[in-house]
Design a protein around this ligand. Structure first.
Ligand code: AFP
Length: 281
């Protein structure tokens, strides 16, 4: 077992535990996270679970979470950047949530080019985990069940895109972006649920585009580079898709702080290129 196997195994075991106990922690919590968003109890609970397990690994040198202001130093080794419960506001309506883990071989802040692995757990009707890593040629998908994981298959984004999920109110997006959204939504089926992991899972399954653009309330976009955008870009690019902030791959975004945000688009290459060409006009 190599070091990345240890990280994958730990995320898998912790995610299985999170999934089986999530309902006990779904109530609202004490405050806001470092990005100023409401935290619910489950955000903090999941963060502590992942911290305890991941920081104990020999190969982990730093732990950074969407739920913590600063990086926690744990020794020498990889930097973990985690969104312990992505889309946690979906819990109130019993909709899907996820966990995103980026494994960086660098101190944070760092660009996505320093990623060596990315993991995306989806707590849906059943729990799955997609894994992209530098020492594997394919994006693996696992089914997590009863403390075991079965490798289910591999992900390659389908050639023919069919779904689209674009965030933000039209009243808060630019006219240019709204024009592009209208064009794309003419041909693609709308699938937006409010948890990036769940929305991206649809894109990986059916082909298409997920996007959270800059809006008047989130001028830099809402998603965070280290915890969401770069790890998911690593995953989708490994699966044959593309990513952009509107100009460049999300892996090339240079975050100016731990909680930096970026407009985020992930999906089939051709759709990512259409976003880039529309936003550059
Ligand atoms: P967190 O629950 O981890 O803060 O993430 C939620 C999220 O950043 C992302 O997963 C969703 O795509 C997005 O917010 C949903 O935002 P809207 O409620 O504005 O659609």
């Amino acid at each position: 077992m190599n070091e990345l196997d240890g990280v994958v195994q730990t995320v898998q075991n912790t995610a299985h535990y999170v999934n089986t106990h999530l309902a006990d922690h779904a109530g609202s919590g004490p405050g806001t996270n470092p990005s100023g968003e409401d935290q619910i109890k489950a955000d903090i609970w999941a963060d502590h679970l992942f911290f305890d397990k991941l920081s104990a690994l020999e190969c982990v040198g730093a732990y950074a979470s969407e739920e913590r202001e600063d990086v926690v130093d744990c020794g020498d080794g990889y930097s973990i950047a985690i969104d312990p419960l992505d889309g946690s506001s979906n819990l109130a309506s019993n909709n899907s949530v996820g966990t995103i883990v980026g494994v960086y071989d660098a101190e944070l802040p760092a660009s996505g080019r320093e990623l060596v692995a990315s993991l995306m757990v989806l707590y849906g009707p059943y729990t799955t985990m997609a894994v992209a890593r530098e020492d594997r040629e394919v994006v693996q998908e696992f089914l997590l069940r009863d403390g075991f994981s079965e490798q289910w298959g591999t992900f390659t984004i389908p050639d023919e895109p069919t779904v689209i999920g674009l965030a933000g109110k039209t009243s808060e997006r630019t006219d240019t972006f709204n024009a592009l959204a209208r064009e794309l939504e003419h041909d693609l089926k709308l699938r937006y649920g409010g948890a990036t992991v769940a929305d991206l899972a649809q894109v990986l399954e059916y082909g298409g585009l997920f996007g959270y653009p800059a809006t008047t309330s989130n001028p830099e976009g809402k998603l965070r580079v280290h915890f969401e955008s770069a790890p998911l870009a690593y995953l989708i690019e490994a699966g044959g898709g593309g990513s952009t902030d509107g100009q460049q791959s999300l892996l090339d975004v240079d975050p100016d702080g731990l909680h930096a945000r970026t407009p985020t688009f992930l999906g089939n290459e051709e759709l990512v290129e259409r976003v880039e060409s529309a936003l550059s006009e």
